[in-house]
Every structure is written in structure tokens, then in C-alpha cells.
Design a protein. Structure first.
Length: 400
């Protein structure tokens, strides 16, 4: 990572240093002109030249900094009481090598994932101190994890200006599924964890939170089993009784048929040959119609479609559209041999719903009639202890 450090100072650091650089005959007027820039005229008291360790000070005269640690400071208890602590030993020699401002500039070619601003060692442990600092950000900063922003401060940073020329892309949230119907929230582009941080957003910058994932489409309406009917006709040959249906079958009709057995009586014979017969029917075919009704398998419930993924660095140009649900099905009797479906029995299952679309940069994912919700759009800037200038619909997408 290419970073350039620029310090206003060090002052009173000997020949060749920033002016004033003398280490003898140091005058209070030089200290006033160097450090009290908002009022470089008139007298200045020794108490004004104490190193200001009060993190509520937005414009310290002599800032607290690692480079200024030799300068005597007031105590926090005295600051709270509005007084000066006794026995402070302030000497002009303590200002040798002191600085007023601290700037770090990033090269535009830098590419960073989940950039930790608090980890920039070039700031020399000054982020938590009162010195006014500027970080000029020109590079590319990305995240593919919605839990981690593209860039963040991990602890409170005071009097820090982030001058933003580069781009920050949060991660898009995943779409909802049958096991987790709600879409996931989009990730933040930048997160500030307390302090006093000013974001100065320049034209051409992009601070874009990730889009929320779309909600799961929801399963289709359930179907109901139909009636699978087997039919058979049974027959016997008898004088008066009807056959019975097999076990599991129910008789629905019975009827008689033609004769099936006769008796013959010979009235006269000549030379042993019957010349006159009388034929009598003694049995007839008897029929019964039998049916067996069995519930069909219940039609499978059609599953809804997954929600679409939100826009983010992990879905920079892919589709936001949720997937279609599966088609419903109707009762059938394919698994029950020899049966047919009784017309009008049972109901078909409804089609599964389509998943909600994922949200564009910083936008919420779409809701569906399912039991969850679309994911919330990721913030452009999240956290506490910050203010923003220069934001518009092009530079910022997502909440602030």
C-alpha cells in the first residue's frame, strides 16, 4: 500500500527543519504564530500552550500527538473542572520537534479489501489523539462479506478528516431460501467506530452500500389427494345366489344374465334313440360390479424460488432477479396398479412463488408473501461519531 505522510512541522527542530526551526531564543510570539493559527495576534498565555489532551477539542492550539508528547499537558480532571492543574512545568524546549497537523495520502492505484484505517502505522499512533489529521483516500476499497465493510475505523479516532476521492463498495446480501426465508442485509461501505470523523466526499467518489437480498418466494398452496378407483365384474353360474366381491372391494351393482346350465328329459325313444326331448334351464349367470377406492398420493408442495442476491462487489454486474418457483402437480394414480383417478377428486398443488429481487446498491431487497422479508440495504456510512459533506445520489448509495 502506497501512502505519503505530510506533517506540518516539525518545528524548532534545528537547522533544515520547518520554520521556525531555531532552538535558542525561542519566543512566545513564535509559539503563538506557529500553533494559534486562528488568532495569531496579541499575547498568548502559557496555559494556551499546554498540550491539549481533551478529545472534545475540535481545534486544539497545541495538539496532543506522539511527536508532541514532551510538551506539558493539563490534566483531564482539571479540564473537566475548567481550571489549570498546579505545578505544570512548561518549557519552550519541550516544543522542539513539535507538529501542528498530520496528513496521509493514499495512491490511486491502491486496492484494499476490508481496509482497516485504524491499522495505518504511518499515523504513528495519532488517530486517537487530538491532533487534526487528514487521510486522503484515492484507491479502491471492497468487501465481499456483509459483516465487514469495505473500510472502517476499529476504535475512536478524533479530529480525523477522510477526504474521499476513491471508491468503496460494500457486499450484497444473499437471497432468502426455503431454510432461511428472509434475504440477508447488504454490507456497509464505510463504518466509523466513534470519535470525531469528518467525511469530505469529493466529486467522482463512490461510497456504495450493498443491496439487500430478496425474500424467498414461498411454497405453493398444498394439494389434496384424489381417489384412485379399481373396478371389476365377478360372475358365477348358479340358480339363485350372486358372487361376492374380493376383500377390499365393495359391490355397487348386481344383475342376471343368460342361462348357463340346463337339464334334458327324454319323453320318447325308438330303438333307444330319444325322439322327443324337454330341455329346462336350471342355472343362470349372476354378475356383481365391484369397486375399490384408494387415496392417491398427495401432490407434492411446489417449492418457492430463492430470492435474488443484492448488488455488491460480490455481485457487481450479475442478475438481481429472484428465481422462479417450481410448478405445482396434480393427483395421479401411477403408483396404484390398475386404477384410474376419479374425475373431480383431489386438488392440484399451486405453483411456488418467485423469489423477490435483490436490491440495487444500498437498496432493500424485495418482499414476497412468504414469512420473511427482503434484506435491508447496506449503509454508505455506518457507525457513530462522524459527519458527512459532499454526498449526493452519485457519490453515496445507502443510508448515512
Amino acid at each position: 500500500m502506497a501512502l505519503t505522510v505530510t506533517k506540518t512541522g516539525p518545528f524548532f527542530d534545528g537547522s533544515g527543519g520547518a520554520s521556525p526551526n531555531n532552538q535558542t531564543e525561542v519566543k512566545f510570539s513564535q509559539l503563538r504564530n506557529t500553533f494559534r493559527l486562528n488568532n495569531p495576534t496579541g499575547s498568548i498565555s502559557a496555559s494556551e500552550l499546554l498540550r491539549d489532551i481533551d478529545t472534545n477539542s475540535s481545534d486544539p492550539i497545541v495538539p496532543d500527538a506522539t511527536e508532541n508528547s514532551n510538551i506539558a499537558s493539563n490534566t483531564l480532571s482539571a479540564i473537566a473542572a475548567g481550571t489549570i492543574a498546579p505545578d505544570l512545568d512548561l518549557k519552550v524546549s519541550q516544543f522542539f520537534g513539535a507538529i501542528k497537523f498530520f496528513d496521509v495520502e493514499q495512491d490511486a492505484s491502491d486496492n484494499n479489501t476490508n481496509f482497516n484505517i485504524s491499522g495505518i502505522t504511518e499515523f504513528n499512533n495519532n488517530l486517537g489523539k487530538t491532533i487534526k489529521k487528514k487521510l486522503i483516500l484515492r484507491g479502491t476499497h471492497t468487501s465481499t462479506d456483509t459483516d465487514d465493510p469495505a473500510a472502517e475505523t476499529l476504535f475512536a479516532s478524533f479530529n480525523l478528516t477522510l477526504e474521499i476521492h476513491g471508491v468503496f463498495y460494500g457486499a450484497g446480501g444473499a437471497g432468502g431460501t426455503s431454510n432461511s426465508p428472509s434475504g440477508k442485509n447488504g454490507g456497509s461501505a464505510i463504518r466509523i467506530n466513534g470519535g470525531s470523523v469528518f467525511l469530505d466526499i469529493k466529486s467522482g467518489a463512490r461510497i456504495w452500500g450493498g443491496g439487500g437480498g430478496g425474500e424467498f418466494g414461498g411454497d405453493g398452496t398444498p394439494g389434496a389427494a384424489g381417489i384412485c378407483r379399481e373396478t371389476e365384474t365377478r360372475r358365477n353360474c348358479t340358480a339363485s345366489t350372486y358372487p361376492t366381491c374380493r376383500s377390499g372391494f365393495t359391490q355397487v351393482n348386481r344383475y342376471g344374465g343368460s342361462g348357463c346350465r340346463t337339464n334334458t328329459f327324454c319323453w320318447a325313444r325308438i330303438f333307444g334313440r330319444c325322439i322327443f326331448r324337454h330341455v329346462t334351464t336350471v342355472a343362470w349367470y349372476r354378475y356383481v360390479d365391484c369397486v375399490k377406492n384408494t387415496p392417491s398420493p398427495v401432490p407434492a408442495t411446489a417449492q418457492g424460488g430463492n430470492g435474488g442476491a443484492g448488488r455488491g462487489f460480490n455481485n457487481f454486474s450479475g442478475s438481481l432477479k429472484g428465481s422462479k418457483g417450481s410448478k405445482g402437480s396434480c393427483p395421479d394414480c401411477a403408483t396404484i396398479s390398475g386404477s384410474t383417478l376419479v374425475g373431480g377428486s383431489g386438488t392440484c398443488s399451486g405453483d411456488g412463488g418467485s423469489g423477490g429481487n435483490g436490491g440495487d446498491w444500498g437498496q432493500n431487497g424485495k418482499n414476497t408473501p412468504a414469512s420473511g422479508s427482503g434484506g435491508s440495504g447496506g449503509a454508505a456510512v455506518a457507525g457513530t461519531g462522524f459527519s458527512v459533506s459532499g454526498n449526493n445520489s452519485d457519490t453515496v448509495k445507502g443510508s448515512i
